[in-house]
Design a protein around this ligand. Structure first.
Ligand code: SAM
Length: 249
């Protein structure tokens, strides 16, 4: 059996609320009229219920949504986990992404792929991502680069997949094509339809098998007597475009 230890993070559920807290002796959480003393949690099994509080080890989604310091816009888990699936990643895959930003997508890629190379040109955001990974002890299969991808020395035909999350992806298409293995998958995240149209025009002869989609996620109230969707939802995060590297015959 697994038990909560001092210094470990816990996902705490209280009615419709969620908290991610580090368990430290002498600390507590107050919600409405209830108090959870962390001294009472340390040593209890994972998945314990204390009064109205339920405590679990956090999932990667909990860590990204509730724990990651955000200095940039991040890729939300609803998009990030689907991206990892569309990039066809497994423990033998090598994937490259830019820019790293706060490291949210990077953390998902690291949980699936064998090797992740990530590029961030801003020193501030590069350090933010490193802090997030260190704080939550995310595995060490990631090579962080504080460098502009365009100037970086990257091996040709080396990566199974590349993901591009920058405002202006067009200047990078040739280089992305070069670093991908033949037939490799590239993905792009773009918030506006205008950007997607420009990208589709630019993919040209370099990439084929193109798909564009967006993920709409609707949460439901989990009360059996009033089962229905939540009143509010996130209507749009971004469009996802995926394509494969073409090689001239
Ligand atoms: N995907 C990230 C996440 O989930 O946390 C967020 C990425 S953020 C929206 C875009 C980042 O790309 C910014 O931090 C920016 O500094 C970086 N960036 C823009 N152009 C770049 C380039 N040519 N090379 C490396 N990083 C770049």
């Amino acid at each position: 059996m697994s038990y909560f230890e001092e210094g470990q993070f816990a996902l705490i559920r209280y009615e419709d609320k969620k908290f991610l807290k580090k368990l430290q002796r002498g600390h507590s959480l107050n919600v409405r009229k209830d108090v959870l003393k962390f001294d009472e949690v340390i040593g209890k099994p994972h998945g314990v219920k204390i009064g109205k509080f339920e405590l679990f080890p956090p999932t990667l989604e909990d860590i990204i949504l509730l724990g990651f310091e955000r200095r940039t816009q991040i890729i939300y888990p609803k998009d990030a986990f689907y991206i990892a699936h569309k990039l066809n990643l497994n423990q033998r895959s090598r994937v490259l992404e830019f820019g790293t930003g706060s490291g949210a997508l990077c953390a998902v890629l690291a949980s699936v792929a064998g090797e992740v190379w990530t590029y961030e040109r801003s020193e501030e955001f590069y350090k933010t991502a490193l802090r997030n990974f260190k704080r939550f002890k995310i595995e060490g299969n990631v090579k962080f680069h504080n460098e502009d991808f365009l100037n970086a020395d990257v091996p040709e035909n080396y990566f199974d997949a590349v993901f591009v999350d920058v405002r202006e992806p067009l200047p990078y298409l040739k280089k992305v094509h070069g670093v991908l293995k033949p037939g490799g998958v590239v993905g792009f995240l773009l918030p506006t339809a205008n950007q997607v149209i420009q990208l589709l025009e630019a993919l040209g002869e370099l990439f084929g098998g193109t798909e564009v989609l967006e993920i709409l996620q609707r949460h439901y109230k989990t009360l059996p007597e009033r089962f229905r969707p939540e009143d509010q939802m996130v209507a749009h995060t971004a469009y996802l475009t995926f394509a494969r590297k073409l090689t001239p015959s």
